[in-house]
Ligand binder design. Structure first.
Ligand code: 13P
Length: 250
């Protein structure tokens, strides 16, 4: 079954402007495998417009790491969906664990952002995942359920079809503790079950579910083999040309 295959790099709050240009030029020069795959770069928003311009007519597209849900207004420091589009981005990360846990974004905030993105034709990459203590308490599935139900609240199936999901267990992000292929696969299957309850089997089988959390060139092979892992959302290892090329050329 032909689900979309998506490889994404989340640069977080790293790179100077010149380093960012060097990174994208290096990736463009070294990308080999393009058939049937999508590649998304999520640079810091001050660089979004220039990085998007550098990606035109390449297999790479861009996304913003965050945005506010209103079109405009007195919201100092925020960027709007209109601005994201104006910068040439076609994706938006929503609900990343750092947004949820460092900046206290709620499931309601996430839902508003998903709706705003869909209203503007920006593809949401919805991030979900449990904390270590939630996993240890056996709450992983209930956390994923709460996050998914929250994010998709009030969203019709025809719009929900535009959303991709990234499973990023919080205990694996930036820790070097990657989920085993079996742990990730099991969570991805649970996510499909939750989507099936909400929208039916066809959407559950077609939604791309990426894995994120300490993905590196030396641990990607086992994860890549799993049936329900449709790609990767990479943080630290996406900041380095050689390492990220090893990942995206797998
Ligand atoms: P790391 O790959 O650095 O663990 O980060 C994962 C992540 O948060 C991607 O969004």
């Amino acid at each position: 079954m032909g689900r979309r295959k998506i490889f994404a790099g989340n640069w977080k709050m790293y790179k100077t402007y010149s380093e960012a240009l060097e990174l994208v030029n290096g990736l463009k020069a070294g990308l080999k495998k393009t058939a049937g795959r999508e590649y998304i770069l999520f640079p810091p928003s001050p660089y979004l417009k220039d990085i998007s311009a550098l990606c035109v007519s390449t297999p790479f597209v861009t996304g913003a790491q965050n945005m506010y849900s209103e079109n405009q207004g007195a919201f100092t420091g925020e960027i709007s969906p209109l601005m994201v589009k104006d910068c040439g981005a076609s994706f938006i990360l929503i609900g990343h664990s750092e947004r949820r846990h460092v900046f206290h974004e709620t499931d309601e905030d996430v839902n508003r952002k998903v709706k705003a993105a869909l209203a503007h034709g920006i593809e949401p990459l919805l991030c979900i995942g449990e904390l270590l203590n939630e996993r240890e308490n056996g709450e992983t599935v209930s956390v994923l359920k709460r996050q998914i139900h929250g994010a998709f609240s009030g969203i019709e199936k025809s719009a929900a079809e535009k959303v991709s999901i990234a499973y990023e267990p919080v205990w694996a992000i930036g820790t070097g503790k990657v989920a085993t292929p079996e742990i990730a696969e099991k969570a991805h299957v649970s996510i499909r079950d939750i989507i099936k309850e909400l929208y039916g089997e066809d959407l559950a089988l077609s939604v791309p579910i990426l894995y994120g959390g300490s993905v590196k060139p030396d641990n990607i092979a086992g994860l890549y083999k799993m049936n329900n892992i449709d790609g990767f959302l990479v943080g630290g290892a996406s900041l380095e040309i050689k390492g990220f090329l090893e990942i995206i050329n797998i």
